[in-house]
Design a protein around this ligand. Sequence first.
Ligand code: ZN
Ligand code: ZN
Length: 390
Amino acid sequence: MNIELRPEIEAISEEIIENRRHLHKYPELGLQEHETAKFISEKLNELGLEVSTGIGQTGVVALLKGGDGPCIGLRADMDALPIQETGDVAYKSVNDGVMHACGHDGHMVMLLGAAKVLSEKRDRIKGTVKFIFQPAEEGLGGARYMIEDGVLENPKVDEVYGIHLWNYQPFGTVGVQPGPVLAAADEFIITVKGKGGHGAAPHGTVDAVVVASYLVTTLQTIVSRNTNPLESTALTVGMIEGGYNYNIIADEVVLKGTARAYTEENRKMIHNRLHEICDGIGATYGARIEVNYSDGYPPTVNTEAESKKVFLATEKVVGKGVQPPYLTMGGEDMSYYLQKVPGCFFFVGSAPADREPMSVPHHCSHFDIEERALLVGSSIWVQLVEDVLT
Ligand SMILES: [Zn+2]
Ligand SMILES: [Zn+2]
């Protein structure tokens, strides 16, 4: 492993780690990041940056204005998850039932560290850096609120970048790749309406449990039979609920699930097939089937040129540690910025070095990171801005 941290980041490494431990201890859920926003805006104000608060409800945006040149947006998300922390760390969450179990505490401090270092190089920067601290990534789509509040305007953001700490990759590696890197994450609720009756006299009834069973198995064929095997999709029925007792034929069953795809084409295909299958099975068994399909985050798609810039900057920090990312079918609201502005979302390996690989996944109650990864991410931010704007 050949890591060359930026010396300016190394010099403030204790502060970066201390900040992360503070934010980890006081996590807040999406759109409730009031103390978090206060902490961040105070730090940014100390740097003499132009700071705006209350963007996208609880977001914070800071501008570092250098000379003439493009404006690049660097984004960190701020929210925690509704999980009770079970790990045994000194900086364990003191907010009951709330925990930074995805690494967003780390995202904020990597960006704060870079803001501190870059604010001292203002004279050399040809352009503007917009530091974007965004609320509510975990499900509520805080990025949309930020965009509605004009985060991509005044000045107009020409390129946008985001980091996710990534426990699926070992420390010292960084995943960078053009094209799709995270999936579209849609949700559906299917209500099967049959006709109830006595369990001993099924004739004349429409058994919603039987119909729902066919639905669950048939929906699996969207992935196994309708998707090109070289492309990735996922469909999960995560909840099924209905019925009254062992001898009663159920008149209604509700199914809830999620559909994931890396491309808009596959996303549409799943959506259409789901409707067709529900209509078909409803007709076959004489049930009424209602589908409520809601679009979640779009796929996160990186542009070629900006991915190259991240690749080159990252190579200067981790050498051969830069590689294609460990891909999952997770979703990210970074995708909303990338739908409007070219950019790259990349993955900084943060699996704790002293534990089994994959034993500390994101969103688990004992989640923790290799804190040295914070210095890697922060170094890449500084390097990237220097490469692009000096
Ligand atoms: Zn997450
Ligand atoms: Zn996350």
